[in-house]
Design a protein around this ligand. Structure first.
Ligand code: HEM
Length: 286
């Protein structure tokens, strides 16, 4: 293996190159927020279980008709208890997963099942401690990522899609539908767009809606609550972003495995990425 002068190492294996793809700060922040989001999700569902309903507007409670989602356990006429999830007024039987879960002889009557919450038993106080700890980790890591990515050019070069990336999107979507992933040293247009949406829209929205639910922040920045249309709407947006992040996560993991997990994971762990002659030619023409 011989070092080249452009940050690459030539290897003789089928004329491929090992290039430096991700900076240390990109890798560190990626794994830190993956860890933080894991605990934020499970502790967030624990907190949701304490009041398993979502509203739009300023008010919440039995006397208001502004609930858009609720997860309940209700007794049927024959004495059976079923889990019912109501979404925009339509009820669905979700017994086994939402509302009522666990083995038949040890039924748990809770919105999200024990295997999806931290701690697994109902404990709002501990759920809040875990959630707020990882919320600070997540927000600090995000600010560090923004500053570092502006300074080292990662944001401009790899995340914000250029006009050319956007024009090439329909072609990129078609290629992905044919399972031709076109992953290389630089993100393709679809990768850039999806990461930009997650990093520059979902993450800030998650942090800001979280902050607007804190009484301390309401006193310091009362305008924040107005921006999101009140605490209940902020809570609903927070929940919807969580669902979108879970969806992103499923597609993200699928793509990592479909595009070649060893090479992709190595680039996010050690920063080194193997690129073959064909990919190099494609990237040069991009
Ligand atoms: C909630 C969890 C996760 C989120 C929100 C997330 C988000 C992201 C984002 C935004 C990027 C681009 C980062 C940048 O360039 O600055 C990225 C890249 C990457 N992530 Fe994740 N990630 C998560 C979990 C994971 C996990 C569990 C794996 C491993 C199985 C993984 C593997 C990778 C890899 C290999 C890349 C390089 C990407 C590529 O070539 O497209 N991620 N991730």
């Amino acid at each position: 293996m011989a070092a080249a002068d452009n940050g690459t190492e030539q290897t003789d294996r089928s004329m491929s190159l090992v290039v430096r793809r991700h900076a240390l700060v990109t890798r560190l922040t990626h794994w830190l927020w993956a860890l933080a989001l894991f605990f934020l999700l499970l502790s967030g569902l624990q907190i949701f279980n304490a009041h398993p309903a979502l509203y739009v507007g300023q008010q919440s409670g039995f006397e208001f008709d502004n609930s858009i989602l609720s997860i309940d356990a209700t007794r049927t006429a024959d004495g059976d208890v079923r889990g019912v999830t109501t979404f925009f007024g339509h009820g669905f039987d979700t017994t086994g997963m939402l509302g009522v879960s666990g083995p038949v002889d040890r039924r748990a009557y809770r919105a999200f099942p024990s295997w999806l919450t931290v701690p697994s038993y109902q404990d709002l106080a501990t759920g809040r401690v875990v959630h707020f700890f990882f919320a600070w980790v997540f927000a600090t890591v995000f600010v560090a990522w923004i500053i570092a990515s502006i300074i080292n050019g990662h944001l401009r070069r790899d995340i914000v899609p250029s006009g050319e990336d956007l024009r090439g999107l329909p072609r990129s979507v078609l290629r992905h539908l044919r399972f031709q992933f076109d992953h290389g040293r630089r993100y393709n247009g679809l990768q850039k767009l999806s990461y930009a949406i997650v990093l520059l829209i979902f993450f800030p929205l998650m942090i800001l809606t979280g902050m607007s639910m804190s009484p301390g922040m309401n006193a310091a920045w009362p305008w924040l609550l107005d921006v999101f249309g009140g605490r209940q709407t902020a809570r609903t947006i927070h929940f919807v972003i969580m669902l979108l992040l879970v969806l992103f996560f499923v597609v993200h993991i699928f793509m990592v495995f479909a595009a070649g997990p060893i090479n992709e994971l190595r680039s996010m762990i050690s920063g080194r990425y193997r690129i073959d002659r064909e990919q190099r030619q494609r990237e040069a023409g991009r």
